[in-house]
Write a protein that binds this ligand. Structure first.
Ligand code: SF4
Length: 376
């Protein structure tokens, strides 16, 4: 059972239509990495068809004022998470560090392992980081009153609807992301608007929050977050260029995966779990003091976000999941920049607005805390 009770969440679609028809609102949309490799299925395209450009064009036709990419914030997540990992590694902090971008997994550890709440990364999830950035940095840059900005997230995930109301993720008492729709709900909106998706031209995301790297795209599949973090942590720790950025041992659909990477003569051990049963095994080993990992990625959905609860149904056909996964890695290979810490627009934002990675403002805007909850 999904720990966020996401299956009972209501639809935000009517509120999105309302915002789009309100001339006083500046409505921006962000799309998670997993949407672009699955949305086409709803329009008769082969599983694994990459529809990034058509998706952007379709969102513009719906009337969004700006079409941005959650991947921008995924790159920001990697900078903050890699910094946090290195800080813990070098200063005797608690290890393993656990990734924190999946709200179902976060809710699971809060209820089931409240004694371990000092080990997940304190990074907000990418779409929540995006919302905070949009209502602070972007609002400042564009001279728009943040009260007028409506942030809509298109997510592969039902639990993201719960996540946006978590008080721990609000900034100055206000929601960062206003509304969440799923891949299936976006497809329904496009059909309702009479948009002929297949015949749309390819268009680019708006800037600055549309710029992203290959590292951010792979967030959409199991193993992707930790692989992206490794690309950055390796270069920051060694001051050397990582020539081969692909870590194949953390890829694929095995429920538990691991990798060992030699960094400055030390063997850094990585664990990956997807599905909460697999997560429980890793957490129990940490409780018993038996874990040998330095960093662990956990995603609640088997396969990660490509197989999230808001994606087009595949009725158990894992070939479809594999094709979405292959498409994610193709999208990564197609990117000119494949390391998060080389995203020029992210670096510009730190220089102009946030300051240091892991610094005071970064903590105020991009980090969170966790809450012990009753065992259920
Ligand atoms: Fe949502 Fe599933 Fe992705 Fe977690 S793994 S963020 S629950 S889609």
């Amino acid at each position: 059972v999904c720990p966020t009770a996401a299956l009972t969440q209501i639809s935000h679609v009517a509120k999105v239509w309302e915002a789009l028809s309100d001339p006083d609102k500046f409505v921006i949309v962000q799309t998670a990495p997993a949407i672009r490799v699955a949305l086409g299925e709803k329009f008769g395209m082969e599983p694994g068809t990459i529809v990034t450009g058509k998706m952007v064009a379709a969102l513009r036709r719906l009337g969004f004022d700006k079409v941005f990419d959650t991947d921008f914030a995924a790159d920001v997540t990697i900078l903050e998470e890699a910094h946090e990992f290195i800080d813990r590694l070098q200063n005797g902090g608690r290890l393993p560090i656990l990734t924190s971008c999946c709200p179902s997994w976060v809710k699971f550890i809060e209820h089931q392992f409240p004694d371990l709440l000092d080990i997940p990364s304190t990074c907000k999830s990418p779409h929540i980081m995006f919302g905070t950035i949009a209502k602070t940095y972007l609002a400042d840059k564009m001279g728009i009153d943040p009260e007028k900005i409506v942030v809509v997230s298109v997510m592969p995930c039902l639990a993201k609807k719960y996540e946006v109301v978590r008080p721990e993720l609000q900034h100055e008492g206000k929601k960062n992301v206003d509304l969440v729709i799923t891949t299936r709900e976006l497809a329904d909106m496009l059909l309702e608007a009479g948009i002929d998706f297949a015949s749309l031209p390819d268009e680019d995301f708006d800037n600055p929050l549309g710029e992203s790297t290959g590292a951010s795209v792979i967030f959409g599949t199991t193993g992707g977050v930790i692989e992206a973090a490794l690309r950055t942590a390796y270069e920051w720790l060694t001051n050397e260029t990582l020539e081969d950025v692909e870590f194949h041992s953390v890829r694929g659909l095995d429920g538990l995966k691991e990798a060992t990477v030699n960094i400055n003569g030390e063997e850094i051990r990585i664990g990956v779990a997807h599905g909460l049963g697999n997560a429980r095994k890793l957490l129990e080993s940490i409780q018993k003091g038996e874990s040998r990992y330095h960093a662990i990625e956990i995603m609640a959905c088997p396969g990660g976000c490509i197989d999230g609860g808001g994606q087009p149904y595949h009725f158990g056909n894992l070939e479809i999941v594999k094709k979405r996964m292959e498409a994610i890695y193709t999208e990564d290979r197609n990117k000119k920049i494949r390391k998060s810490h080389e995203n020029p627009e992210v670096l510009k934002m730190y220089k102009e607005y946030i300051g240091e990675v892991g610094g005071e403002k970064a903590h105020e805007l991009l980090h969170t805390h966790y809450t012990k909850r009753e065992k259920i």
